[in-house]
Design a protein around this ligand. Structure first.
Ligand SMILES: NC(=O)c1ccc[n+]([C@@H]2O[C@H](COP(=O)([O-])OP(=O)(O)OC[C@H]3O[C@@H](n4cnc5c(N)ncnc54)[C@H](OP(=O)(O)O)[C@@H]3O)[C@@H](O)[C@H]2O)c1
Length: 298
């Protein structure tokens, strides 16, 4: 029975992968920090050699974008060297490798969606370490697929959706950036896409290996527009609706710079894997309903 070995247990994507319906005959095993600290490449290799999976999926990462500016070595260990160790160990046991990456590998300066072949120029330590992880994994194992995504959320993680709903309970006005645009991605939808990719990468039919983009579909939106959609869907069940004021990202003085345009082109993954990314508003409505149901129940 083919095995998908997932690094990451507590994160948004890791939890969504563990909860996703598996293709018939497949098993999935998640490896958390308590079993393997990703700063230990030898432990990564030992785990892969012991389990002998058909495909390794890396759903773990150092995702503290601002924090990474102060901890570049730790971010590099997790985001650059760990994927290299995973890809190499996967090759040793004849497994394919799926690595997650980010819109933050781009500088945001393009008009229109970024394609997989556009030149990367990360603006932050996080983006640089994720870019290094892409390159090192692709070089270490020819059966590597990198899936770049953006603006990921679920019903439980610390993400933009749960943060906005939390802040709305405390404040009447919120200032939200309106000069960065992108497309939100439900962790559930991402997990289903990653599994579809992983199964093909692991046992075929052999896909084209390399870089792909996956986000939810629909029109691009700013963080302010995303916040407005969250409150539109959540009010009045979850929160009263705060007034949202636009603010420029320059005014936020965050340690890490973010791309102004994060919109990723989806054509390649749609064509190769026959996926149909849902509109981000449809996926967001589902998650908001889930949050409302959890609060009503508990
Ligand atoms: N979130 C986004 O908006 C976003 C956007 C673009 C791309 N991505 C990419 O998508 C992927 C999934 O992101 P996510 O949102 O699911 O991330 P997340 O919720 O922040 O989860 C990160 C996971 O990595 C684990 N981890 C971090 N350092 C570790 C270490 N040293 N050893 C073992 N485990 C470690 C964490 O474990 P602990 O809980 O133990 O710390 C956690 O399970 C990542 O590759 C990320 O770069 C995310």
């Amino acid at each position: 029975m083919p095995l998908a070995l997932v690094f990451g247990r507590t994160g948004q994507l890791a939890r969504a992968l563990a909860a996703a319906p598996l293709p018939e005959g497949w098993r999935l095993e998640s490896v958390g920090r308590e079993e393997v600290d990703l700063r230990q490449p030898k432990a990564i290799a030992r785990t892969i050699e012991a389990r002998r999976p058909e495909v390794v999926i890396n759903a773990a990462a150092y995702t503290g974008v601002d924090q990474a500016e102060a901890e570049p070595l730790e971010a590099a260990a997790v985001n650059a060297f760990a994927p290299q160790a995973m890809a190499a160990a996967a090759l040793e046991v004849g497994a394919a490798f799926v690595q997650l990456s980010t819109d933050y590998v781009f500088d945001g300066g393009k008009h229109g969606p970024w394609t997989e072949d556009d030149p990367i120029r990360p603006l932050s330590v996080y983006g640089q370490t994720k870019a290094a992880g892409e390159a090192s994994a692709l070089a270490a194992n020819p059966r590597t697929i990198v899936v770049r995504t953006s603006w990921v959320y679920d019903a439980q993680g610390r993400n933009f959706v749960t943060t906005m709903l939390g802040l709305a309970a405390e404040r009447d006005t919120l200032e939200v950036v309106d000069d960065q645009v992108g497309r939100p991605t439900s962790a559930r939808d991402l997990a289903e896409a990653v599994l579809a990719v992983a199964v093909r990468a692991g046992v075929g039919p052999k896909p084209r290996y390399g870089v792909y983009h996956f986000t939810n579909g629909g029109a691009e939106v700013s963080w302010k527009g995303f916040a407005e959609a969250i409150f539109e869907l959540a009010s009045p069940r979850l929160v009263h609706r705060p007034e949202i004021r636009a603010v420029a990202s320059a005014a936020r003085a965050a340690p890490a710079a973010r791309p102004a345009n994060s919109v990723l082109a989806l054509g390649r993954i749609i064509a190769e894997f026959d996926l149909t990314p849902r509109d981000w508003r449809t996926a967001l409505a589902e998650t908001i309903d889930e949050i409302a149901a959890a609060r009503a129940g508990g």
